[in-house]
Design a binder for this molecule. Structure first.
Ligand code: IPE
Ligand code: IPE
Ligand code: MG
Length: 266
């Protein structure tokens, strides 16, 4: 039986990768890594392909990042798949994405089972087309017993909408007399976000070189470290995930203080 680290080495077994893996401090792997999976369309366009091909290849990339994250012992992997603003895209692209989300969840159920992945959705899933919603609900039920890494998929997610929803929930509690306005704390607000009970991401990765947050996890990324790469999401692979973690491990996190706080998971 291979030890976990041997299995991890095997997962990265090729010359370029072994070096990066050895450079990592395995005691300081982030608990929560979050990916803004951007650049599918440009990846396709650069190859003279339809944008749809980029989205399909983006799913292949996500699969590799999921299996790698499990092997690295990451607790939470979150991924931005569809924003509240992505409804503004041409209808045929929205339809394609909704179809791909449903198809992928079904296709990847064996992988999610094999890897014991817990699945969560961040976002207003109730507003998705019925077929996609039904598949998501079926898939969630299939994964309910899993106890491993949490895969949090942000679909129809917007950070502002999430905050408005949380404020509405808290206002209801105040109106019903269950809470006083002065008792509302950061912790209470966090409990009413889609990410309730998940640690904040220590590391946010954005592909395709864009230097913006695009309405993602606005509350949760207050002190996250960012890794921005020009790589388009379909080309983001296990080696570059190591690069991102390595870059994270070189950062000094001060949280507003003057001393660097260890980025060892709590
Ligand atoms: C990210 O790739 C996937 C989604 C937003 C659904 P894009 O579709 O945004 O690709 P680009 O940014 O146009 O290249
Ligand atoms: C961010 O990408 C959303 C997702 C990756 C799902 P976008 O392509 O929608 O972001 P903008 O429009 O370039 O800011
Ligand atoms: Mg984009």
């Amino acid at each position: 039986m291979l030890s976990d680290f041997d299995a991890l080495k095997e997962h990265f077994a090729d010359s370029s990768g072994l070096h990066s893996l050895d450079a990592l401090d395995m005691t300081r792997i982030p608990r929560h890594i979050s990916c803004i999976m951007d650049g599918n369309g440009r990846w396709a366009e650069a190859r003279g392909l339809m944008r749809a091909e980029g989205h399909k290849q983006g799913i292949v990339a996500l699969r590799e990042i999921i299996t790698t994250a499990v092997r690295l012992g990451i607790d939470v992997l979150s991924a931005y798949a569809f924003s509240t603003e992505n409804w503004n895209r041409p209808q045929h692209e929205v339809n394609l994405l909704m179809h791909l989300f449903a198809k992928t969840f079904i296709d990847e159920l064996p992988l999610l089972k094999r890897e014991n992945v817990q699945v969560r959705f961040l976002g207003d899933i109730g507003a998705l087309p019925k077929k996609t919603r039904d598949v998501f609900e079926m898939g969630l039920a299939e994964c309910r017993q899993h106890t491993g890494m949490v895969l949090a998929l942000a679909v129809n997610y917007g950070g502002r909408a999430e905050l408005v929803r949380a404020v509405q929930d808290l206002a209801q509690l105040v109106q019903s007399g269950d809470m006083r306005p002065e008792d509302i704390s950061e912790a209470h607000l966090a409990e009413h976000l889609y990410t309730a009970n998940l640690p904040d991401p220590e590391l946010v990765i954005r592909t395709s070189g864009e230097m913006r947050v695009s309405n993602y996890l606005l509350y949760q990324i207050a002190y996250s470290e960012f890794y921005i790469t020009d790589t388009y999401w379909p080309d983001f692979d296990r080696w570059e995930l190591l690069e991102a973690i390595y870059a994270y491990q070189q950062r000094q996190r001060r949280f507003g203080g003057l001393v660097s706080v260890s980025n060892t998971p709590a």
